[in-house]
Design a protein around this ligand. Structure first.
Ligand code: ATP
Length: 571
């Protein structure tokens, strides 16, 4: 397919803010799309891989500017200035390419395949010494591109497409494109289910085109990532019994991070909740899984918690969070920050898909195949309970053991990948905390000069937009050097480095940041406020942890903020 034709679709999608119109534009496009070109569905999401592939293009604005300078023959500073003025590097690329093109006699026609191939090659080039190769790959595309094409190449590279299309819009468009009106509602949930199972929109496109029967055939496969089932908050123990039935299973809610453990023959593969493959970071877990879980093939759902190697006391998530992204000195990390697996569910075992089996059966199998070994791997502490008093006692015990509270589970329920359904409820200590993203910041003064030092936080609105909810500057360390393994947390220096790649706009000391990272924030209370676009402000927000195991789509929603605000009033 000509890239130009594909860019027309981007343009039409970007020209409307109405979701229904976007869905129609996409449905039209999908109807005409051949299987051969199905990978353009990744490009629609600003990607070149399915969701679960953790490879990234790793292109900063600076590198994009360098490539643009090379391709158009303009000066880097000039491009930077224009970018600051306009705020959209894509538009800058469009304007520069247009003027350049008047004097160029010859240019190749770009295909989506060529764009795809070059972008994929970018993600294969990692580490030092690859910068010039990256610039060549990008400028090769840009020299063959028209204005509009250059705009979208640059926007894809810096991860800011600005077309307002989410995976749910693509899901609705698939249903509109391939199903009759009477089937459409059911098809939407079948497409969603298939997507939750495979996390690969190009594959779902192919199946949807064939019909609902094909969609329903999609099955689990050990080794392939799958979205995890999420929990809802329980207002009270009574409500938990109403939703889960009697008796229910109560388990400790461990303060760690989620991990899906896959075994396929000799291979162990570990995925986080955001479907990142973290097998290399956790050779200790790989070893424990081989030794203490019986079975040829399985997918086990679990929480990973850290403990102090000397005192053997469990530690909060912040203290082990750095192990998730750590790519070097793994051996040292393993010793300084050891972890234990708390397995709590199983969805696939030796060729059998268990997601439709009741939790009671799954948990029974789990206990059968795991040989509990403290500080390596054990099943979650669990009690089957039919009265409120016992839940309360178990909850008190969990808090005393420094865990976050309880998870209350419906014993009859299936496993619903990717859904926040009422089959699992969480009962937490009244902790005022939220997972949020950073959408802006200000450069500091005095001893913080050169660092971003005041961070604008945002939650997610009803349409997936980002709504600001306060400014955060505390909880972050002043240290110039990196905070090391023994010291949990993050320094201004580290956070600045992390965010700098995502700066979209700069004005004076203020910068706008593309929402990409997730931070856990505690606060004293939520207040109504006209200053922020959410209508709320957090009082005394404090950074507690970088959640590199979570995606921006996981952050708190405005609805959750509203609920927490109301709950405050009731107290
Ligand atoms: P929170 O911030 O409260 O952890 P969340 O939005 O991050 O909530 P939820 O799914 O709502 O995630 O809360 C459940 C999370 O708790 C799970 O994702 C999992 O990581 C963790 N967890 C700890 N212990 C258990 C357990 N026994 N069973 C299920 N999940 C558990």
């Amino acid at each position: 397919m000509q890239y130009k034709k594909f860019c027309d679709v981007y343009e039409r999608l970007g020209a409307t803010t109405k979701r229904l119109e976007k869905t129609k534009i996409l449905a039209d496009f999908l109807q005409k799309l051949s299987n051969e070109d199905k990978k353009v569905l990744y490009l629609l999401q600003g990607r070149v891989f399915p969701d679960y592939e953790e490879k990234v293009m790793g292109i900063s604005h600076q590198l994009a500017i360098k490539s643009l300078a090379r391709a158009t023959g303009n000066n880097e500073n000039e491009i930077t200035n224009q970018w600051r003025k306009i705020g959209d590097l894509g538009k800058v690329a469009e304007a520069l390419t247009k003027t350049k093109k008047q004097s160029t006699l010859f240019s190749h026609k770009l295909t989506t395949k060529k764009v795809f191939d070059n972008l994929r090659r970018l993600s294969e080039l990692q580490g030092a010494g690859t910068v010039s190769k990256k610039i060549s790959l990008i400028s090769e595309l840009l020299t063959s591109a028209s204005g509009v094409e250059a705009k979208y190449i640059i926007r894809t590279l810096i991860g800011d497409l600005r077309i307002g299309v989410k995976s749910s819009t693509i899901r609705d468009a698939l249903s509109l494109a391939f199903f009759s009106e009477s089937e459409r509602k059911e098809a939407v949930s079948e497409i969603q289910h298939a997507y939750d199972m495979s996390s690969d929109l190009a594959q779902i496109f192919e199946l949807a085109k064939k019909g609902r029967k094909s969609l329903s055939k999609i099955s689990l496969e050990a080794g392939k990532p799958i979205k995890v089932m999420l929990a809802q908050k329980a207002k009270s123990i009574q409500e938990a019994f109403e939703k889960c039935g009697k008796p229910l299973a109560a388990e400790y809610k461990y303060d760690g991070f989620r991990m899906m453990i896959n075994k396929k023959g000799k291979n162990i593969i570990l995925y986080t909740r955001r479907l990142d493959n973290v097998t290399k970071q956790f050779p200790d877990i790989v070893k424990s899984v081989k030794k203490y879980i019986k079975g040829q093939e399985f997918i086990v759902d679990s929480e990973i918690i850290g403990y102090n190697p000397k005192t053997k006391k469990y530690v909060p998530f912040q203290q082990i969070s750095q192990r998730i992204r750590r790519k070097y000195e793994i051996e040292r990390m393993m010793k300084e920050l050891p972890v234990e697996v708390k397995a709590f569910d199983i969805i696939y075992y030796n060729g059998r898909n268990l997601i439709k089996e009741p939790f009671a059966k799954r948990t029974k199998l789990l206990k059968k195949i795991i040989k509990n070994k403290k500080y390596k791997i054990t099943t979650a502490d669990q009690k089957i309970i039919d009265n409120e008093k016992e839940v309360q006692d178990f909850y008190n015990q969990a808090i005393k053991d420094n865990q976050e509270g309880l998870m209350l589970k419906n014993l009859k329920a299936p496993y619903k990948p990717g859904s926040r359904v009422g089959y699992i409820l969480k009962l937490k200590k009244e902790l005022r905390d939220l997972d949020l993203t950073i959408v802006g910041a200000e450069y500091g003064k005095g001893k913080r000069v050169g660092w971003l030092s005041s961070f604008i936080l945002a939650c997610k609105g009803k349409k997936g937009e980002y709504l600001t909810i306060g400014k955060m500057g505390t909880g972050i360390k002043e240290k110039k050097e990196s905070v090391d393994a023994k010291e949990p947390g993050i320094s201004f220096n580290q956070l600045t480095k992390l965010l700098k790649k995502n700066i979209i706009e700069e004005k004076g000391r203020g910068v706008k940041i593309k929402p990409q990272i997730v931070v856990s924030v505690t606060f004293q209370e939520i207040q109504k406020s006209p200053t922020y676009s959410s209508g709320y402000a957090l009082r005394f927000p404090r950074f507690t942890a970088l959640r590199s195991d979570r995606k921006v789509s996981d952050i708190a929603t405005l609805r959750e903020v509203e609920k927490d605000y109301e709950a405050q009033g009731e107290k």
